[in-house]
Design a protein around this ligand. Structure first.
Ligand SMILES: [Zn+2]
Length: 165
């Protein structure tokens, strides 16, 4: 079945809150372009790893269908059990892919990771921030737990695809 995506008010609100409060992406307050927020139930994978989110420039020819200049798609089926804090880090991660360019900040530009994740995210939250511990209910987990989780498989937690590598 083909992948379908829907616009999401939930993620749009979370993103706006992050843009207003997180210094790492506060430059996005001055953008003159539109970001649209989408969700997908597709279990997208890249190189065998689950994809949590994807940030893409919307091509001119697709703008009739997608009312925005950049899209952030959240793969909800791959993010089951995420705490609110993990969702927040995920959105921060995706927003960090978007750079502001052009006269009047009217052009979005994507940037790739400096390492496997953004180094600032790893520094603040650890490499394993997207790990979900099956033994606990979502919400009981702290990031400390996540970081301490022995034997956590790093390979299924990192963002592996971005249209911009
Ligand atoms: Zn990424």
């Amino acid at each position: 079945m083909a992948e379908t995506r829907e616009q999401s008010e939930y993620w749009a609100e979370l993103a706006e809150e992050i843009i207003q409060t997180e210094p790492l992406v506060e430059y996005l307050q001055f953008r003159n372009f539109t970001i649209i927020y989408l969700t997908s139930e597709h279990k997208r994978k890249s190189n065998g790893k689950a994809v949590h989110g994807l940030t893409e420039i919307v091509q001119e020819k697709n703008k009739w269908a997608m009312p925005g200049d950049v899209s952030i798609t959240i793969y909800e089926a791959n993010n089951e059990g995420f705490t609110k804090e993990q969702e927040r880090i995920l959105m921060l991660h995706e927003l960090m892919h978007i750079q502001v360019d052009g006269e009047n900040n009217n052009k979005p530009k994507l940037r790739g990771h400096d390492v496997e994740d953004f180094s600032e995210i790893i520094e603040m939250y650890g490499m394993d921030w997207a790990h979900v511990d099956d033994k606990k209910m979502p919400g009981q987990m702290t990031l400390q737990d996540i970081n301490n989780e022995a034997g956590a498989n790093k390979t299924d937690q990192l963002f592996t695809t971005d249209k911009k590598q």
